[in-house]
Design a protein around this ligand. Structure first.
Ligand SMILES: Cc1cc2nc3c(=O)[nH]c(=O)nc-3n(C[C@H](O)[C@H](O)[C@H](O)COP(=O)(O)OP(=O)(O)OC[C@H]3O[C@@H](n4cnc5c(N)ncnc54)[C@H](O)[C@@H]3O)c2cc1C
Length: 588
């Protein structure tokens, strides 16, 4: 069967080469991006490859527009990196949110359109950021309580306490500029085609209210390291350590690397332009319940979801996407295909280099996709009893981020270890205890703790490194034990997920948590490749909905929504006629 599938794929690919070259030539001469109508009697109107949250969002939107839609997911369950699982066979009542762990950037539009709350979307807002220091003392920072922040920070630096409201206001102002850009389809910057220039000018016009200072601040944010930026504002190591964490989450870069200031801002946006986002929060039932809510909405709209259905190749017909071939050889046809996989898988493996423009292939080959993240999920017999804030009864400091990132040099050292090829001796951790609110994840009286930790060497995605990962996790636990001496003995079960498992079991190539780094050269009009940041691809009829597109990563659903919108707009334009199609392909 597999051999047959390969032959079929080769034949389809062969036929497609000429058509793809023609499409490429058409692009080069600026005539049109091919948008055609039906491809005869297809099995479905739309196939979505990958049942992660973005694939499910795309499917739900496509089905809402009336398309008969099929989702194909390789794993036995949907959700991708938004997954709740029971990793311990001897303790099936303990469930963990195995990879992603907190919500923040899901736009109100998606929550409303898909009626996610009806399908179980329920967020508990997180408590404060909390760091207990190995040398004694602790700090709490609140998302929305300036008075308490002032009191907390004053214990470390009066000057920093006074600076904090100005910093918050500065950041809020910049987030107002950057937030709406997340819902903007990036224009094809640099193109001189009239329609692309028009899109670029439209974007520039929308920014006309920005003054010299704001542009300067945005420039700083986009180019500086989080360490340099915080040095301009604060002096105490404790405050700088606390504010640095968001600059390096999921990033193959320490806090002194340029670009990390933007990563911090990405995690601080409160409004993407369609209403205020919730603060960071825990989904009841873990992040898998977010994916389940979207799957529920998709099914309600008529989407068919198949799990255990691994896609091996894209089917091409006349240079156009016309379906997929599964690993078991089955061919399924559709008028439109949306893929939500990592770009290397989606384009190099499924479409094939021979069917893509050379410069696009080079861009995807050069795509940076490292993280060095290790997720450690723990079942606890009791809550951490911090020396600085004693007690195992639930207290405010258990309800938010329970960090191990005491200072900037501490975080930097962890990165330097990994860059030099060793797992961090003292890793940093963004910890959370969702069971401070969510009683559905484990039996009463127990807790689940999730540690998002960094770094191990980026090439650990190539080998399991099982024993070294265990030793790394033990060191991480020791770090917490220094500030909460009951921690180690409270651990009933531990689940350690490293880059190899992320790549091989979840499709996160290179172990990058966002399908690709959020580095400056991979943002906005460059995500995933210049000329293709509008959720379309070099293959007509193939749309791209992964976290490797603009507004990804994170569990925000924006790539899924935008890819579906692009497919729907092109399809409607095609039905209206070829001239209209050419215009609409670029003017959504
Ligand atoms: C450890 C970790 C922690 C994170 N923490 C957070 C967090 O707290 N908050 C947050 O917002 N984001 C977080 N993220 C990022 C976020 O989870 C991802 O950006 C997001 O879930 C990706 O969604 P997606 O739908 O684009 O892709 P994915 O979730 O990767 O979905 C792609 C799907 O495609 C499937 N697939 C792969 N190959 C095939 C194939 N050949 N055929 C069919 N199906 C296939 C996969 O199994 C998967 O289900 C974290 C990620 C990780 C790994």
């Amino acid at each position: 069967m597999a051999a047959k599938a390969t032959q079929a794929a080769k034949a389809a690919a062969g036929k497609a080469v000429k058509a793809a070259q023609a499409a490429k030539a058409a692009r080069a001469t600026g005539t049109a991006r091919a948008v055609t109508g039906a491809v005869g009697a297809a099995d479905y109107d739309a196939i979505v490859v990958g049942g992660g949250h973005n694939g499910l969002v795309a499917a739900a939107y496509l089905a809402r527009s009336g398309a008969r839609t099929l989702v194909l997911e390789a794993r036995q369950k949907t959700g991708g990196a938004a997954t709740t699982e029971a990793p311990w066979p001897d303790a099936p009542d303990f469930r963990v949110t195995r990879l992603s762990y907190v919500m923040s950037l899901m736009p109100p539009t998606i929550i409303r359109d898909l009626r996610l709350e009806k399908h179980g979307y329920k967020i508990f807002p997180m408590g404060p950021y909390y760091q207990a220091f190995p040398e004694g003392g602790s700090i709490k920072l609140y998302a929305d309580d300036a008075k308490r922040n002032h009191d907390e920070i004053s214990r470390w630096s009066k000057k920093d306490a006074d600076a904090m409201p100005r910093w918050d206001a500065w950041l809020a102002g910049l987030a107002e500029v950057l937030g709406p850009l997340l819902l903007t389809v990036p224009p094809n910057l640099g193109s001189r085609k009239p329609r692309d220039l028009a899109e670029t000018l439209r974007l520039a016009w929308r920014q006309r209210g920005l003054d010299v200072r704001t542009i300067a601040d945005v420039t700083r944010l986009m180019t500086m390291s989080i360490a340099d930026l915080l040095d301009d504002w604060f002096s105490s190591p404790q405050v700088k350590g606390a504010l640095a964490v968001n600059g390096v989450i999921g990033t193959w870069a320490g806090p002194y690397e340029p670009g990390t200031a933007y990563v911090m801002a990405h995690h601080s946006i409160g409004d993407v332009g369609d209403g205020h986002l919730g603060n960071w929060g825990f989904q009841e039932g873990g992040m898998g319940a977010v994916a389940d809510a979207i799957a529920g909405a998709a099914r309600e709209n008529g989407v068919e979801i198949r799990t255990g259905a691994k896609v091996a190749k894209l089917l091409l017909s006349g240079g156009r996407a016309s379906g997929v071939i599964l690993e078991n050889g089955q061919q399924i046809t559709a008028k439109v295909v949306v893929t939500s996989l990592h770009p290397r898988t989606a384009f190099l493996d499924h479409v094939g280099r021979q069917n893509l423009p050379d410069d696009f292939v080079a861009d995807i080959e050069h795509w940076k996709t490292r993280s060095g993240v290790v997720k450690i999920n723990l079942a606890l017999a009791e809550l951490p009893d911090f020396t600085a804030d004693p007690g195992t009864n639930l207290a405010e400091h258990h309800t938010g981020s329970v960090e191990m990132a005491p200072t900037m040099p501490y975080i930097e050292r962890a990165f330097q270890d990994a860059r030099e090829g060793r797992p961090a001796t003292r890793p940093f951790s963004d910890g959370v205890i969702p069971t401070a609110f969510d009683t559905t994840l484990c039996p009463e009286g127990y807790h689940i703790m999730s540690l998002f930790t960094q770094w191990v060497p980026s090439d650990w995605s190539e080998e399991p490194h099982t024993e070294e990962l265990q030793a790394y996790a033990d060191r991480m636990i020791d770090c917490y034990n220094e500030v909460a001496p009951n921690f180690k003995s409270s651990i009933l079960h531990a689940d350690v997920v490293g880059p190899y498992e992320m790549e091989h079991d979840y499709g996160l190539v290179g172990g990058n948590i966002f399908h690709g780094e959020l580095s400056l050269e991979q943002l906005f009009h460059m995500r995933p490749a210049p000329g293709f940041a509008d959720y379309r691809t070099p293959v007509p009829g193939l749309y791209y909905a992964s976290s490797a597109t603009h507004a990804g990563g994170g569990v925000c659903g924006i790539p899924g929504m935008q890819a579906a919108r692009a497919a729907i707009a092109d399809r409607r334009a095609a039905l209206r006629g070829p001239a209209q199609a050419v215009r609409r392909a670029r003017h959504r």
